[in-house]
Design a protein around this ligand. Sequence first.
Ligand code: FAD
Length: 294
Amino acid sequence: MKIANILKQKKTLSFEVFPPKRETDIGNLKKTIQDLATLNPDFMSVTYGALGTTTDNSAAIAKFIKENTKSEPLAHITGIASTKADIINLCNELKKSDIKNVLTLRGDNPENTNNLQSDFEHASDLAAFIYEQFGDYFSCAGACYPEKHPEAVSFEVDIDNLKKKQDTGMEFFTTQLFFDNDVFYRFLIKARKAGITVPILPGIMPVTSYKQIDRIIQVSGVLIPIQLRNYFDKYRNDKQALEEIGIIFTSYQILDLLTNDIDGLHLYSMNKSHFIKKLMANISYVTTGYFANK
Ligand code: FAD
């Protein structure tokens, strides 16, 4: 089923997973997916070469989700370093597995690579090409940035570009992770004012380690609230304390988002199902009711 149609009926819960670098870890990822599936997510997304992770096995993992869980897979696809022929091949592979939902992204230049042939400048070019080639077989979704995409000259320009993505037919957006909900609410108001009407799903990452926080700042530049930074500084060498803080902080963040009637919730699982399960158990009463309804 198309996720856009699920979103017409209810608020969605979803998780992101990424393909492991080592082929030998695929078995572990499959267990993680099955573990996450026990939380009844509406969909699970599979990254494609994000943050130095691999593109290998993305389509196969999406197929595994389709065949072994009740969740719809959302396969990420990037236009960077892809030719039109590459995209047709990948989409045909997804089609063979009855996968209808794709997150169309530009992607970032893989490290240490030059002169990559790319037929797509922006995510919107990729989505337009997929609709041109495959009609309405696929439903395309896209990414958005509550703190602005780092390359955009201004917030306004970034929102105009987001509107272009909607105009090419992207049916919902998932946000870059953020820790300060006010940033998300301000973004949402601007996006709606600019005529973006499709569902916008906040992407939340429960942080569990000090290294993770540093990497997030380095890669995405998102704001870390001083309160969270202080906790992490104080307990930087205490794994258990950091996990406890991560769960409590993210629980509050999610409860606040639900109070403000978000369209759905997307959790960056980082392939750590035990942590996601602890988090969801912490807020199970509220979330069970929330995700059952529109
Ligand atoms: P675009 O939409 O092309 O935007 C990039 C920049 O161009 C922005 O500054 C935007 O304002 C501008 N722009 C957009 N459209 C136009 C236009 N028509 N004309 C002029 N300017 C325009 N990366 C991966 O490699 N693999 C993944 O699996 C992956 N998953 C992600 C999932 C989510 C939810 C998010 C938020 C990001 C993900 N990324 C992934 C990272 C993403 O590829 C990068 O953030 C990348 O830099 C931008 O991708 P985009 O699709 O937003 O690009």
